[in-house]
Structures are given as structure tokens and as C-alpha cells.
Design a protein around this ligand. Structure first.
Ligand SMILES: Cc1cc2nc3c(=O)[nH]c(=O)nc-3n(C[C@H](O)[C@H](O)[C@H](O)COP(=O)(O)OP(=O)(O)OC[C@H]3O[C@@H](n4cnc5c(N)ncnc54)[C@H](O)[C@@H]3O)c2cc1C
Ligand code: SF4
Length: 448
């Protein structure tokens, strides 16, 4: 039993494929109609209020119940062009389904996410394109970052008749839909198919491999285009600031998650004993996914208590049912390493001091590991604005008003690079709100 036991093929390709299958199978026609019949079609529906994109949930569910699945999908996509992805990745237990009036001790909420998946899947599988462009407005907008925020903004602008050029640093568009969301939530190349659908409306060009900052500046974009939308997401990861943080065997969780999304799972090397440092959904995602690749022992260590964890109860349940051990009240103080790489982590127990701050108790323990993942958060770093007039910032993110306008005239922003919940559905809403505001700006009589 050697240290540094990191290798591919801990499970057979078939076992890995089975492990990465959907958490819940899609609803079939009968199941969808049966589930839709459970909806009480509330007036002033709380679920619609709780959905960040304001989807008319009773409206689309009623359409499913009457057999108009195509209409249901369009009703969803009109408000949320990534309704297919959101159906599978939204934390519904904290959004629409949490407030469903059937969510009581004796009953359970209507499965809104699965019904949304049923409707959007119906449309995509039939290759139906319900959107077309309004006559060309002669206006041209730059979108920086082709993640959910940028793509949602681009689609709405294109439908309204404006031309869009999206500048994307990575080789593929999609942002974290393509590179970050858990592979078992994004089956059947959902991200790529959704982009194909979005681009199907016409009028959107995506320039991949082009970065704001190194290839083009914000000043130039503002000069060349009629408006600019910034959807840069989080572009930096938080560091532990411990010795040995860069030795082999220590990874940023988001980098490895990207490999899980992009590489052949059967050939991806994984450790026998894995430690994950962090308590949010990214920590859960890496822990669950390496377990599904065959890691034998996976332990998540979080410095505060269960109630403080960023990961939802549902995500924690997924981790625990997949055999991940979650340990609270301990913080890493040293990454242990030999000449070849990480061998484990030394932790110190923690507690709340009388003044409410977190303090170490002085008592330590060590856990052995072949792989150590850092999952303590990401942030926005304003480097891409260097050399240009930059928008005002607010607590490390780009400051925007309710219409997602920045402090710079003609520049809007949305998604993870502005304040708010870091969720796909929130990024989509930001892009949509910004596009409507950009449209108003471009079509007002005083503009150019
Ligand atoms: C591991 C992980 C799991 C997650 N799981 C969930 C989940 O289950 N459910 C959920 O709702 N949310 C989840 N999220 C959050 C969700 O993915 C984000 O909130 C959402 O993707 C934000 O969209 P965005 O468009 O703002 O940013 P991003 O998706 O990050 O897109 C930003 C885009 O900008 C590009 N870019 C960056 N810098 C430049 C530059 N200088 N020039 C040009 N382009 C640039 C990037 O390459 C990227 O394509 C998860 C996040 C992570 C990290
Ligand atoms: S987009 Fe998300 S929050 Fe909104 S209705 Fe669909 S699953 Fe619920």
C-alpha cells in the first residue's frame, strides 16, 4: 500500500459509466402527465416567485397536463433559454420546489425540475427551433465570456434583432456549463447541444480562444461596438496559503472537475485516499465525482459546523449516499509531503470563540492522502480590465444596478462576476435583464 497511489482504471469503464448515469431517470409521457396532475395551479404561484428567471411554472405544467409539451417548453425557454440545463442543476429544494404548497410533512412538492426537463427534452430531441430574429437593427453588441450569463444575453439580443459577437477565452463556449457542472448532471453533451440551439436563432458569432485583456481591451470594445456585456464569471481560485500547496498530488478542485468534463473517464488517474478541503457545492462535486471514479476513501473536511456549510442539504445527502465522509470543525494547517508529492494533511480542530470568531483549539490530527483537493471558493479578479477604464467594483465584484448597468456608459455585466447567488439560473436571469436594458438603450430615439 504505497503513498501516491494515483492511477486510472480503479473501476471498469462500464462501472464508471454506470456511476456517472443520471441521478434520476427522465420522466416518460405517462409519468409526466401523472406528475403534472399533482399541480394545484396556484394563483400568484409561490414557485414562480422563487424561480430567479420567473418561469410561469403553473402555466407550463398545465400545458404538459393537456399534452401540449412543445408549448410547455417554449413557455419555459421564453424566460430561461437554459431551461434544459437548469432543470438538471438548479437546487430546486431551495428554489421553486421548496415553496410548492404541496411541500408539507404529509406530501411532497411537485417535481418541477423533472417536468421542466421532460418539456425541454421533448423540444430538443425533435430539433424544434421556435425562435427567429427580428429584422436587423444595424446595432452590434460585444459579449465578453460565453458562459450562461453571456449566452443568455446574446440570445435575447439576437432575438431582438441585434448582432452579437461573443469573445470567449476558452476553446469551447459554455462557461461552467461545459467545464464545471458535475458530469452526472450534464449527460448526453447537454451543454454543447444547448449552445447549438442558442446559436440556431442566428446573428451570434462566438470567437473562442480570444481573451479580454490579452487579445482585446475593454476600451477598444467600447469604441467598436454599440454596447458591451461582461460575463467573465469567477476567473480565479482562492488559495490555502500553506506550505507545500503546489506539490504534486494537490489540485484545485475546479481544474480537476474540468478534466472530468473534458477527458475520457476510464483513463483519468484518481487517488485511493482523497481529501477535499471545503464545505461548498464545489467540494461536494469533486468528492462525489472522484468516488464515482473509484477512489476508495474520500473525506471532505470543513472548518465550521454543518449549519454553516455552503453545500445544500440535498448535495450533502448525495455525497453521503455515495460514500463520502464529511468531517466538520477542522482546518488545514500543513500539507504533508515527501520528495514525490503530497502524503496527507495536518488539521487543527476548530470552535467558535466567545466573540463569535473561529479559532483553532490547538489540538491537531493528520489524515493520509494520495490526492488533496482545494475547494475553498473562487473569486473575480479584475486583471482583464488592465490598461482600460475599469467599471467600479463592489466588494470584489463588478458593481451593477437593477438593470445590470455598470458605472461605465454602454457597459453591462452579470453572472458570477457581479454580486448575487452563484447559480446558473441567476446568471441566465442577469443576461436576460441586461439584454432587455441594452435593447432599450439601443432603440431609444436619443441613441446615435
Ligand atoms: C464546480 C462547480 C459546480 C457548480 N454546480 C452548480 C450547480 O449544480 N447548479 C448551479 O445552479 N450552479 C452551479 N455552479 C455555479 C454556476 O456554474 C455558475 O454560477 C454559472 O456558470 C455562472 O455563469 P457565468 O456566465 O457568470 O460564468 P461562467 O460560467 O464562469 O462563464 C464565464 C465565461 O467567461 C470566460 N472568460 C473568463 N475570462 C475571460 C476573458 N478574460 N476573456 C474572455 N472570456 C473570459 C470563461 O472562459 C467562461 O466561459 C457550479 C460552479 C462550479 C465551479
Ligand atoms: S429554472 Fe430552476 S428554479 Fe426556475 S423553475 Fe426551473 S428548476 Fe425551478
Amino acid at each position: 500500500m504505497s503513498a501516491h497511489d494515483i492511477r486510472p482504471g480503479r473501476l471498469t469503464p462500464q462501472q464508471i459509466a454506470d456511476n456517472y448515469d443520471a441521478l434520476q431517470p427522465p420522466l416518460n409521457d405517462m409519468q409526466a402527465i401523472h406528475e403534472a396532475a399533482r399541480c394545484l395551479f396556484c394563483f400568484d404561484a409561490p414557485c414562480t416567485e422563487a424561480c430567479p428567471t420567473g418561469i410561469d411554472i403553473p402555466g407550463f405544467i398545465r400545458m404538459i397536463s393537456t399534452g401540449n409539451t412543445r408549448g410547455a417548453a417554449i413557455r419555459i425557454l421564453d424566460e430561461n433559454i437554459m431551461g434544459g440545463t437548469c432543470a438538471n442543476v438548479c437546487p430546486v429544494e431551495e428554489l421553486c420546489e421548496e415553496v410548492c404548497v404541496r411541500n408539507t410533512a404529509e406530501d411532497k412538492p411537485v417535481e418541477i425540475g423533472r417536468l421542466q426537463d421532460f418539456a425541454t427534452r421533448h423540444l430538443f430531441e425533435r430539433g424544434i427551433q421556435p425562435y427567429s430574429r427580428a429584422p436587423d437593427s444595424g446595432r452590434h453588441v460585444a459579449v465578453v465570456g460565453a458562459g450562461p450569463a453571456g449566452l443568455a444575453c446574446a440570445h435575447r439580443l439576437a432575438v431582438l434583432g441585434h448582432r452579437v459577437t461573443a469573445i470567449e477565452a476558452k476553446p469551447k463556449a459554455g462557461g461552467l456549463n461545459e467545464y464545471g457542472l458535475a458530469a452526472y448532471k450534464m449527460l448526453d453533451e447537454r451543454a454543447a447541444k444547448e449552445i447549438e440551439f442558442i446559436l440556431g436563432v442566428g446573428g451570434i458569432e462566438i470567437q473562442t480562444g480570444h481573451a479580454l485583456g490579452s487579445d482585446v481591451s475593454l476600451d477598444v470594445l467600447r469604441e467598436v461596438y454599440d454596447a458591451v456585456f461582461i460575463g467573465l464569471g469567477h476567473n480565479a481560485v482562492n488559495a490555502l496559503r500553506l506550505d507545500n500547496e503546489d506539490v504534486p498530488g494537490v489540485y484545485n478542485a475546479v481544474d480537476f472537475i474540468e478534466r472530468i468534463r473534458q477527458e475520457d473517464l476510464a483513463t483519468l488517474p484518481v487517488g485511493r485516499r482523497v481529501l477535499v478541503i471545503g464545505g461548498g457545492n464545489t467540494a461536494i462535486d469533486i468528492a462525489v465525482q472522484v468516488k464515482k471514479l473509484g477512489a476508495e476513501y474520500v473525506t471532505m473536511v470543513y472548518r465550521r459546523g454543518e449549519a454553516d456549510m455552503g453545500a445544500t442539504w440535498h448535495e450533502r445527502e448525495v455525497a453521503q449516499t455515495n460514500g463520502v465522509l464529511i468531517k466538520n470543525w477542522a482546518k488545514p494547517v500543513r500539507i504533508l509531503a515527501d520528495g514525490e508529492g503530497a502524503t496527507g494533511v495536518e488539521f487543527e480542530y476548530t470552535r467558535y470563540a466567545d466573540d463569535g470568531t473561529l479559532e483553532g483549539t490547538g489540538e491537531t490530527f493528520a489524515l493520509e492522502a494520495d490526492m488533496v483537493f482545494k475547494a475553498i471558493g473562487q473569486h473575480f479578479e479584475p486583471g482583464p480590465f488592465a490598461g482600460s477604464e475599469a467599471p467600479e467594483m463592489d466588494r470584489g465584484r463588478i458593481a451593477v444596478d437593477a438593470l445590470r448597468r455598470t458605472s461605465l456608459p454602454g457597459v453591462w455585466a452579470g453572472g458570477d462576476c457581479v454580486a448575487g447567488q452563484d447559480l446558473t439560473v441567476v446568471a441566465v436571469q442577469d443576461g436576460k435583464v441586461a439584454a432587455n436594458s441594452i435593447h432599450e438603450f439601443l432603440t431609444e430615439p436619443t441613441h446615435g
